[in-house]
Design a binder for this molecule. Structure first.
Ligand SMILES: Nc1nc2c(ncn2[C@@H]2O[C@H](COP(=O)(O)OP(=O)(O)OP(=O)(O)O)[C@@H](O)[C@H]2O)c(=O)[nH]1
Ligand SMILES: [K+]
Ligand SMILES: [Mg+2]
Length: 361
């Protein structure tokens, strides 16, 4: 591990002295080494690269990430029944503390985490563990202290970026596969008509010259090591800043503001999380009976009837014949659909199976 950190330092030093073209190659090397930092090395034990030992539960997971004493534990205690220790000193929280946020019939796991410090990505503090935990979540709530300097946001982003977390970005739609015999195979998830191999080669060669696109090029190659996560930036402690400053912060992109102490803005933060998670509520219905709107099945965005079946029962789709759907995703009321039909929020679904008694749950 120490070795990797030293190598990274060397490369960073070298980068300061280097011209544009060579910089691209160094960045590639650096990206590879940083990725290794998250892997537990020989004899490093589980603590080195893995997250905290908290199993996922509920319909989605949100990680609270931030510098020490910004109010992460205070927030957890506000939105869940879990009490995580709160104190005025840094590193009060030393491990991951899960809580359950109930919202719209869904149960969302909220992970309170230790504060991270600059250099977390290189293993300072519990940085790597915290970042690994963030990687396993569906969304990062980046808690910031409204009274602290503006750079905190960029510093924290840089720590996450350094280990391959991409916040609020779409994954590149290009796939590169290095061939054993040399060269590479390039595929697009939606192939552009006007692009042939030669042109691609020219573009890639061209892009290497530009700095910003070198980063993207490396992202493509390193795709397996990249994690694309949604992030909501939340400024806490707005009770201690001026209205002008509050106004500036509130206008930053993907941002919410709150005061846990005065109980201000917390509901808004939770509403925004729900919107960002894009979970869908599906109501099931048995033949001849009104749908049960008191209990929703929670599925993820772009889920299909197959996913709905799976969340009702593991073996339900084996006897699946068709489904009837009422709601935003159906063309008629009801529409008869197959397993691949994509459902929409608040659809009513009736599953019809080959055996009797299998209609929905
Ligand atoms: N003024 C003000 N203080 C707050 C607010 N929310 C939390 N605090 C205080 O900030 C301090 C740190 O709160 P914690 O919840 O322990 O912060 P944390 O981010 O969990 O800290 P670590 O676990 O040490 O990383 C405590 O003294 C809280 O009372 C707020 O909205 N306004
Ligand atoms: K604290
Ligand atoms: Mg804490």
């Amino acid at each position: 591990m120490v070795n990797i950190t030293e190598k990274i330092k060397e490369i960073e030093e070298e980068m300061k002295r280097t011209k544009k073209y060579h910089l691209g190659l160094l960045k590639g090397k650096l990206a590879r080494l940083r990725a290794q930092l998250l892997e537990p090395g020989p004899g490093a034990g589980a603590a080195a690269g893995t997250g905290f030992d908290v199993s996922k539960s509920g319909d989605a997971r949100i990680a609270l990430v931030g510098f020490p004493s910004v109010g992460k534990s205070t927030f957890l205690s506000k939105v869940t029944k879990t009490k995580s220790e709160v104190a005025a000193y840094s590193f009060t929280t030393l491990t991951a503390i899960p809580g359950v946020l109930e919202y719209g019939g869904a149960e969302i796991q909220v992970l309170d985490l230790p504060g991270i410090i600059e250099g977390a990505a290189e293993g300072k503090g519990r940085g790597r563990q915290v970042i690994s935990a963030a990687k396993t979540s569906d969304m990062v709530l980046m808690i910031l202290d409204a009274t602290k300097r503006a750079e905190q946001r960029a510093l924290l982003e840089a720590e996450l970026e350094a280990v391959g977390i991409r916040l609020n970005q779409d994954p590149p739609n290009i796939y590169l596969k290095l061939k054993k015999a040399g060269g590479m195979k390039i595929t697009f998830s939606s192939p552009p008509k006007s692009l042939d191999e030669k042109m691609l080669y020219n573009i890639l060669r061209d892009y290497r010259i530009l700095n910003s696109t070198v980063d993207q090029f490396i992202d493509v190659i390193m795709k397996e090591h990249r994690t694309y996560i949604k992030c909501l930036y939340v400024y806490n402690k707005i009770d201690s800043i001026s209205l002008e400053h509050l106004d500036t912060l509130a206008h930053e992109p993907n941002t919410a503001v709150m005061s846990c102490e005065l109980d201000l803005g917390i509901r808004d933060v939770v509403d925004k999380c729900w919107e960002e998670l894009r979970l869908m509520r599906i109501y099931t219905k048995r033949k001849g009976i009104e749908p049960d709107f008191s209990e929703a099945l929670i599925v993820r965005q772009n889920s299909t009837i197959e996913d709905v079946c799976d969340s009702i029962h593991r073996t339900l789709k084996e006897s699946f014949k068709y489904a009837l759907v009422w709601g935003a995703s159906s063309r008629h009321m009801p529409q008869r659909v197959g397993l691949s039909h994509v459902v929409a929020d608040e659809d009513v679904v009736s599953i019809v199976g080959t055996k009797s008694g299998l209609a929905s749950k």
